[in-house]
Structures are given as C-alpha cells and as structure tokens.
Design a protein around this ligand. Structure first.
Ligand code: BES
Ligand code: MN
Ligand code: ZN
Length: 502
C-alpha cells in the first residue's frame, strides 16, 4: 500500500474515489461542500433525501458526478456533531470514518482513494499521529485472517493507494507518520498471523524459526534461539518445569536490535510464549480451551514489535525475549506440590500447574538483568482474573515503577490502545506464602491478576519493570475469534518516545 498527501483542489484530483464526510444532521463537511458546488448541489440534495443516515461509519457511493474528476465520491457518515470537541469530529469518530471509507473501497474495484474527511482538533491528533493512524487503520482494515480454509479465497481488493488531504506545511510530518503506521501495521499483522495459527502449527520451534527469519530481513537484528540443553545450562528450573510434560521442545528466543546512534541501556521486551495451555495436570475445562492457542500472544507481540522497530530502524537499543513451550498433562508433567528452583535461586512450590505463565516469565525476567536494561516490559495473557476486572477494553498495567506505569497508560491513550494502572503493593506478594518453598505459584482467587504480577515482582528487583496483562485485549473470542494485534500500538508509542524525546 502506498500512502500520499495532496493539497490540490479536490474536484481536480486524478483518483478513483474521493471520500468526504457528512454529519448526521445532513450537513456536508467543508470538503464535501466544495465538491457539491461543482456538481450543482447534487450531494446536498442526496444527503437531505435521507436515504443515507450519516451515522458514524456508514458509507454511500455516488458515481459520475458532473464537474468532479474522480469517477466516484464516497459519502462517509460522521455521526452526531460533538459539541464538546473543539473540532466537529472526535478522534474516535474520525478513526471509525477512516476505517469505514477504506473498508467500503475494498468492496469495490477502487484502486486509489483520497480521504478528505474533517480532522479532529490538533490537540487530539497531531500531524504525525494522523499519518500514523491512517496507515495503521488501513493495515487493520485490510488484514485478512490467515485461515487454513481450502475453499477459493474471495477476489482480492484493488486498493493500492491512499491519499490524505493535508495543508502543505503538514505534509512532512504526516509522511513520517505514514512510515510509522505502515511499520506498525506490518508488525501487528505478524503478531496476528502467529497468534491465529493453531498450536499444532505454531509450536515453540516455529516461533524460533520465525524470529531467525526476521534476522535475515533486517540487518539491525541479531537472533539467538536456545534449545533444551542451553535452557538447562541457564538453570531455568521454573521454565523447565512447565515444558517437561510436553513432546514439543521448548525455545528461549533472544532478538536484539542495535542502532549505532542509540545511547544507553536497552529496553527489554519479554513475551509469554505458551503455544498451547491445557492447564497441565490442573487441566482446564473443555469450553473455550481452543482459545489457549492464543496463550503465546505476548510472544507474538514481542516478535511483531521487533519487526516494527527494525523496519523503522529506531535509534534505540531494544531486546526481545520470548520463553516458548507448551503446557501439557503427561506422565512426566509437573504435579501440584512439586517444588522447583529458578535460575535466580528462589524455590517455588507449584500448587496449580495452570499458573504456568508466571513460571516461564520469571526466568525470562531474570535473564533480562544481564542487559542492565533501562526498562523491562513483559506482555502476557497471564490471568482470567484481569478479564473479570477490566473486560476486553483495557490492558492491565502492573509495575514496580509508578512513572513507567503512568507513561505506559499515557502511551495507550495517545495510541488508542488503552491500558489501566492496577495496584501492586506488598500485601499481594505476601499472599504467595508456601509451607515448603520460598513461595507458591498461586495465592487463591482474590485479586488473581495482582498476585500473578506480585509473583513476577519477586524476580524484578533492581529493574524498572512493568507487566502488561493482555488476556482480555490481545484476542477476541466468539464470532470474530482472532488476534487483535494489541498492545502493539501502545508499545510502538512508548518506543518512539524513548527514541526521540529523551
Ligand atoms: N493462560 C491462562 C490465562 C488466561 C485465561 C488467558 C483466560 C486468557 C483467557 C493462564 O495460564 C492461566 O491459566 N491462569 C490461571 C491462573 C490461576 C490458576 C491462578 C487463571 O487465570 O485461571
Ligand atoms: Mn494456564
Ligand atoms: Zn497460560
């Protein structure tokens, strides 16, 4: 997909389709009015007739307007006018309108589309973020699930060019945003493809191969994949405990992005890579168990984000760590009550083998210390409890550094990929007491997502660390079952800030 800016008069634009906005009260947006004057007010008559409701995201295609060079004009509903917002349109409505316009275009033979929608206030969306959002939304809208259906695929869409109307002085910033958004869309599509694959295809080995593939495309990346012998050598007892019941060999993946101009300690990203979570001997109930193929969403997000970072060649050192294995019941599987020793030296009593995510993550978090990182952020579909607490709208943020947590929440807001700061005080950690080991891996039902984070907290002393529980946000169940790509946008926002504003 090619993204462009243009400043010429709309009616003169040589393009397959021009998308303009219509408010719910039937009033045309400024750009729509300009076209309307060229075609003897055909558009305003059409809007007044009421066939087109102009609710947010609704579209109406008009063809062969006299006086307009483009063969098609797409009317895009902007919904009710927002009085509170300084501009006529909120960022949320704008995002829906952009997605709707691109989606409508893909259902036709339109090859090039100009977006002439009113923009939200500058404070809500800077020029650079506008460019990023257009490319990001285009990527999300054009994404097709990588299913394994054998039926003939529907005809591919024709859209190859999207142009955005902006004043000349904004063009440079918008173009910079396009590059960011396109890289984000690629990374997010990679994440989604990996997460959508079934557990028998996307194994730890497959994740390792995918990471090695990235190093072939991007010069800035160095990839190292540890197998069972190396993981044993690292004494990652908790990780080994989870993988011991599985026939699939585990992988510990290290992806390093180095930039010659980057100063200072790296940011380390850590991902939970359970390629299938049966619960182990503490077996899960059958309903929805298939969704546990998504239990490597954190790992997929790390791999996708490293791709984005490399594609943009961010002037920042970033390390991605992935601990990947299956959690299976077996004659050799860990049993409730088993005690294992982590690389850090702490002994852990595994009271519930379904609390396996924290066991693989704690080893990766300990491994991160060798980089003396400036910040460590882990991503994990860690608990059902976070879905009870926050639903599917906010990612849960836990941290031993309030400034880092606040920054991540801020980034989520700016990138429309929201997160919520959860408490993590020492009482929760005290709930992990064990009679037989330094700690247990579970602490009862109450505050389940917080005690899980508290477990990780025992392995992050001395680090500036945050944990994102993405169990509710990284994939959807039900009819639209599939990976969402979250929190890729939040993470990119964070990394861009680290690279360019400190
Ligand atoms: N992968 C699950 C968490 C999960 C649950 C993600 C539902 C997405 C949807 C995790 O490994 C798990 O099983 N957690 C347990 C922890 C419990 C045993 C303390 C849970 O949430 O029930
Ligand atoms: Mn589990
Ligand atoms: Zn799990």
């Amino acid at each position: 997909m090619q993204f462009e800016t243009w400043t010429k008069a709309l009616a003169e634009l040589s393009i397959d389709c021009v998308a303009v906005g219509v408010h719910e009260d039937g009033e045309l947006s400024t750009d729509a009015r300009a076209l309307d004057l060229r075609c003897r007010e055909k558009l305003s008559r059409l809007a007044k007739r009421g066939d087109f409701s102009a609710k947010t995201g609704e579209t109406w295609l008009v063809t062969d307007l006299e006086g307009v060079r483009a063969e098609r004009v797409l009317l895009v509903g902007l919904g009710a006018r927002n009085q509170a917002a300084k501009a006529d349109i909120t960022r949320k409505a704008w995002r829906r309108a952009v997605s709707a316009a691109i989606s409508a275009a893909t259902r036709t033979r339109i090859g090039s589309l100009a977006l002439a929608l009113p923009r939200p206030a500058m404070k809500a969306l800077s020029d650079e973020r506008l460019g990023r959002a257009v490319a990001e939304l285009a990527g999300n809208t054009l994404y097709r699930v990588n299913d394994l259906k054998t039926a003939k695929k529907p005809r591919p869409h024709a859209l190859t060019r999207v142009a955005v109307a902006v004043p000349a002085k904004a063009a440079q910033a918008v173009k910079k945003g396009f590059a960011q958004g396109a890289a984000l869309a690629n990374g997010s599509a990679l994440m989604r493809n990996l997460a959508n694959l079934p557990g028998n295809v996307c194994t730890p080995t497959y994740l390792g191969k995918t990471a090695e593939g990235l190093a072939k495309t991007h010069k800035s990346l160095k990839v190292k994949v540890l197998g069972l012998p190396e993981i044993k050598r690292e004494k990652m007892g908790c990780f080994l405990a989870v993988t011991q019941g599985s026939e699939e060999p585990p992988r510990f993946i290290v992806i390093e992005h180095r930039h010659p101009k980057a100063k200072g300690a790296p940011v380390v990203l850590v991902g939970k890579g359970i390629t299938f979570d049966t619960g182990g001997i503490s077996l899960k109930d059958p309903p929805l168990m298939d969704e546990m193929k998504f239990d490597m969403s954190g790992a997929a997000c790390v791999i996708g984000t490293m791709n984005t970072v490399a594609e943009l060649n961010l002037p920042l050192n970033v390390v991605g760590l992935v601990a990947a294995c299956e959690n299976m019941p077996d004659g050799r599987a860990i049993k409730p009550g088993d005690i294992v020793t982590s690389a850090q030296g702490l002994t852990v009593e595994i009271l519930n083998t379904d609390a396996e995510g924290r066991l693989v993550l704690c080893e990766a978090l300990h491994y991160a210390k060798r980089y003396k990182p400036s910040a460590v952020i882990d991503m994990a579909t860690l608990t059902g409890a976070i879905v009870v607490a926050l639903g599917t709208h906010h990612t849960g943020v836990f941290a031993n550094d309030d400034a880092l947590a606040k920054e991540l929440v801020d980034c989520g807001l700016a990138a429309d990929d929201r997160a919520w700061h959860m408490p993590l005080t020492e009482e929760y950690g005290e709930q992990l007491k064990s009679n037989f080991a330094d700690m247990a891996n579970v602490a009862g039902r109450d505050g389940g997502s917080i005690t899980a984070a508290a477990f990780l907290g025992k392995f992050t002393q001395g680090l500036s660390w945050a944990h994102l529980d993405i169990a509710g946000t990284s994939y959807q169940g039900g009819a639209g079952k599939g990976s969402t790509g979250r929190p890729s946008a939040l993470l990119l926002e964070y990394l861009l800030r680290r690279a360019f504003t400190r």
